[in-house]
Design a protein around this ligand. Structure first.
Ligand SMILES: [Zn+2]
Length: 175
C-alpha cells in the first residue's frame, strides 16, 4: 500500500512487529502473531497492533473554495492533498486535525462536519476527515511547499496523492 498517508512506507503493513521475536519486557522468546500482536508466555507481556488514526481537515474559504497543499515529502511527494497526520496519544481526533492543519499550513480553522472515515484492509491507517472553515490565509511550509484554494469545479483529481484524498473530496463536494 504505497498510496497512503503521512509516514507511510513501502511494503510491510506493520514494520514495528515484522522482525520481532523477543519480549520487550523480559527479553525471552515471545509469540508473535504478525501483523497483529505479540504475547509473552514467560512474563505475561502482551501488545496489540492496530491501524493508526490519521486526522485531517479539508479547509474551505468563505466562498467555498477548497484549500489543498502540494506534498513536500514522500509518499505522494509533489501531489495534492489536504492537511492531516497521526493522532497522538493524549489528544482527540479533532485536536489532532486542528494541530496538523496549523503545522502544515500555519492555518487556524473552525471544524465543521465529519466528511467521512476512510480505511482499507491493506492500509495501516484510518483517515478521519473533517470539513473546516479557514480563519486566515494558509502559508507554505516544508511539508506544503505550494498551497492553493481550488474552486470545487477545478479540484485536480488527476494529481491527488492518495485514494482517500479523492474519496473524501468527492464525498465533500458531491462530485
Ligand atoms: Zn516477557
Amino acid at each position: 500500500m504505497s498510496d497512503h498517508v503521512p509516514g507511510a512506507h513501502g511494503a510491510s503493513i506493520n514494520p514495528a512487529l515484522e522482525d520481532v521475536r523477543f519480549c520487550p519486557r523480559c527479553g525471552r522468546e515471545a509469540e508473535v502473531r504478525f501483523p497483529r500482536s505479540i504475547s509473552c508466555g514467560h512474563c505475561g507481556y502482551g501488545a496489540y497492533y492496530n491501524p493508526k488514526p490519521v486526522a485531517c481537515t479539508i479547509p474551505r474559504t468563505a466562498s467555498g473554495d477548497v484549500v489543498l497543499l502540494r506534498r513536500g515529502f514522500a509518499p505522494g511527494k509533489g501531489l495534492w492533498t489536504f492537511p492531516g497526520g497521526f493522532v497522538d496519544l493524549g489528544e482527540s481526533t479533532e485536536q489532532a486535525a486542528l494541530r496538523e492543519t496549523d503545522e502544515e499550513l500555519q492555518l487556524a480553522v473552525e471544524l465543521g462536519r465529519l466528511v467521512g472515515v476512510y480505511s482499507r484492509p491493506d492500509d495501516r491507517v484510518v483517515l478521519v476527515v473533517y470539513e473546516a472553515l479557514a480563519l486566515g490565509e494558509p502559508r507554505t511550509t516544508p511539508e506544503a511547499p505550494e498551497v492553493r484554494a481550488f474552486h470545487p469545479d477545478d479540484v485536480p483529481y488527476e494529481e491527488l496523492a492518495f485514494w482517500s484524498t479523492e474519496a473524501a473530496l468527492r464525498d465533500l463536494l458531491g462530485s
